[in-house]
Design a protein around this ligand. Sequence first.
Ligand SMILES: [Zn+2]
Length: 210
Amino acid sequence: MTRALVIVDVQNDFCEGGSLGVDGGARVAADLSEHLEAHGINYDFVVATQDWHIDPGTHFSETPDFVDSWPPHCVAGTKGAQLHPDLDTDEIDAYFRKGAYAAAYSGFEGLLAPEDEVATGDLEADGDEDDAEVLSLDDWLRQNEVDEVVVAGIATDYCVRATALDAVQAGYSTSVLLDLTAGINEERVAETIAELEDNGIEVVQEQVQN
Ligand SMILES: [Zn+2]
């Protein structure tokens, strides 16, 4: 198996103090760094997704319902869209950005970020530098012969959920590291866990070291 860890939206705006802060967001950032230090060897690749909004229409609202509309967040190029500083990015091989002009909950809607913002040059070993096509997350994973996807990040009941469901739908063996996620709504998190399991996704709990 070739395994990739997909870190979903561990961005400042989704952590405490951000415009759409989720309780436990900063903890997820720090715990993911520890996880990578202890278990990074278990992953062939590590990628991160970012909500990256330019003009996402009704996804933003002055009077959000916190179901389909939200306070403005993760505006492209702002501090709120950056990854949380407690997340160690050394191991991240590529970044995928989603939601420029419409809501995008799944990391599989993400496109590879510009090369100068990609943490390592490993992908370029293929020598396809003339290829101007922007890779989707799915394209990138397939190019790297990934067949197993492990998902963590924020928020459990939104973007982690959507990313994991798309991963299993796309044919990847998929699991979610529940302890390395933070959720918005407790009831929705419980429903999400059941839904993920119903779809053949392994929901792993209490796997964090210590
Ligand atoms: Zn968004």
